[in-house]
Design a protein around this ligand. Structure first.
Ligand SMILES: [Zn+2]
Ligand SMILES: [Zn+2]
Length: 544
């Protein structure tokens, strides 16, 4: 059994665990192990036989036991059992149609069908109306959704990190590259697409249809197929003629408005060729939301970032120590990092008192001795209390190198009060950055009622930066807000809000979101050297 086969089985197992709504951490662990195994340079079966498989990242005792079972018996018994009970294609198609997993399974049982194809047949034969609980209205909706070519319309997208993982795995498996919303780094991805080149499309389409991530095909044409994932999100594969690969990649990357503005697209083997034929400069995918023919600005890149200014440790709700976080940041090539643990008012987790902060300073000092010239800054993520005061005394805040101010509790305030609350916090001379300014959770919680234009003005006057928080659920500010903030003259910080060493990887998401807002290195505070970070804040008010 080779690494790809092993990885495919683990990936399927992860998907099945998700289907039965098992512990999401378990499913994620199997998915991560599958990824490691897919990229491993040595045969994993050998590692298992030689009792060395735990040396692979993400393989613990539980996964090792499953791998041993798979190598020795050719199957994972629990997975085979799940596969007998559940039909992922049916659940995927059901979700695509707007049904919950449970509802799809009930529907299938009542109809006596096992696959997505059989469900379609039963629906076409008018059998849906015999199912208890399916009224004429639901039947009509389902039939309409099944019949519509472009799918059932707006649905909840996937978070960017999950979408990138999924589309990346599918692209790697068919030898193509990610396109669609993922390539534009949208915060919630609804249109997943992969483009690859082949003279003969059939074998590639077959491979795509057989992938564990693609639970059912809803469409198949000569050079294109649409599958659905178990989450019910459609994923499109385009198999381009090699001499038109660039054309199909441009077409599958831009927003509909962007692509429409350039149709009919000229043929090109790669994107550069297509843009040259259009006689316009190549455009970074992040900017392909609205038609744009000009010279794009030099957008900020991950390599421009010199430090991460919002990170947690075991002092509050992080999982790594001060030194572990610092060392990991230094390994990423940064010059500095700010430790910003929580203040007491955050409530749900432990927050740091003034006394804790002074004790933490000793630990930071010791870590700096070891890691020099890399520098860990003393920071705090200080709650903004409902009345606009900060959660720690001014003299304590003034001792610190970097103060993030954050709204956590009491987010449902009306706009005038919320705006006053945040404004007052930004007026505190120790505050350097406003964390996750809108407080949204993507697809879960709307933005706080906040007059952002007013906040941009105050931030500008006071010389406070606004954060682009890289947590996949936040991405806050969003790309659109970044653009507005930059137009207002405000500076931004790209941060990860990392709660672990792995969390530092979310810098790619923060930077991509800033790029969607047209940010250049000059707009981003943490592209600057340490001295600039430690200097006094430079507000318009102070300067005039
Ligand atoms: Zn926070
Ligand atoms: Zn935080």
């Amino acid at each position: 059994m080779d690494n790809t086969e092993i990885a495919d089985r683990l990936e399927t197992f992860a998907m099945m665990l998700e289907l039965v709504e098992a512990n999401p951490y378990t499913a994620r662990a199997y998915r991560r192990a599958a990824e490691t195994i897919r990229g491993a340079a040595v045969p994993v079966a050998d590692l298992v036989r030689r009792n060395r498989v735990r040396e692979l990242r993400g393989v613990g005792p539980g996964i090792e036991a499953r791998l041993r079972e798979l190598i020795e018996t050719g199957q994972i018994a629990e997975l085979s059992e799940l596969e007998r009970e559940l039909s992922p294609d049916l659940v995927g198609l059901g979700r695509y149609l707007g049904l919950s997993a449970r509802r799809s399974i009930q529907l299938a049982r009542s109809l006596g069908v096992r696959t997505a194809g059989e469900l379609r047949e039963a629906a076409a034969a008018g059998r849906l109306r015999d199912v208890p609980g399916i009224g004429a209205k639901t039947e009509a909706q389902l039939l309409e959704a099944l019949a519509r070519e472009d799918g059932p319309g707006p649905r909840q997208g996937l978070l960017l990190n999950r979408a990138r993982e999924l589309v990346g795995a599918v692209a790697a498996a068919v030898g193509g590259e990610p396109a669609g919303d993922v390539r534009r780094w949208r915060d919630s991805c609804e249109w997943l697409a992969v483009v690859c080149a082949a003279t003969e499309p059939e074998p590639v389409l077959d491979r795509f249809a057989a992938l564990p991530q693609v639970v059912a095909l809803v469409e198949r044409q000569e050079r294109r197929a649409v599958g659905v994932t178990v989450e019910g999100v459609p994923i499109e594969l385009v198999v381009a003629q090699p001499n038109a690969y660039g054309t199909e990649l441009v077409r599958a990357t831009g927003s509909p408005a962007y692509v429409a503005a350039f149709e009919p697209l000229p043929h090109g083997r790669d994107e550069r060729g297509v843009y040259a034929a259009l006689n316009i400069p190549w455009c970074p995918p992040e900017l392909r939301e609205q038609p744009f023919r000009g010279q794009p600005p030099p957008l900020v890149e991950v390599d421009d970032i010199r430090g991460d200014l919002h990170c947690h440790t075991t002092w509050s709700d992080g999982r790594a120590s001060v030194e572990e976080m610092g060392r990991a940041a230094r390994e990423r090539g940064y010059d500095y990092m700010a430790i910003c643990d929580h203040s007491p008012a955050v409530g749900a987790v432990r927050g740091l008192t003034p006394d804790d902060l002074r004790r933490q300073a000793d630990e930071i000092g010791a870590a700096n001795d070891v890691l020099a010239p890399f520098r860990i800054l003393r920071g705090i993520e200080c709650d903004i209390l409902p009345d606009g005061r900060l959660d720690l005394p001014d003299d304590v805040l003034a001792e610190l190198d970097w103060v993030q101010a954050s709204v956590h509790g009491g987010q449902r305030m009306p706009a005038p009060e919320m705006t006053r609350r945040v404004e007052e916090a930004l007026r505190n001379p120790s505050v350097r950055c406003l964390s996750h300014p809108t407080g949204r959770y993507i697809n879960r919680r709307p933005e706080n009622a906040l007059d952002l234009e007013r906040i941009y003005q105050v931030a500008l006057e006071e010389g406070v930066a606004l954060e682009v928080n890289g947590l996949p659920l936040r991405l806050d500010l969003s790309g659109g807000h970044v653009r507005d903030a930059l137009r207002a003259g405000v500076e931004i910080v790209c941060s990860t809000d990392a709660h672990s060493v792995v969390g530092l990887e979310n810098m790619t998401l923060a930077v991509a979101t800033a790029r969607r807002g047209w940010a250049t290195p000059a707009n981003v505070v943490n592209t600057r050297p340490l001295e600039a970070i430690l200097g006094p804040r430079a507000g318009r008010k102070a300067g005039t």
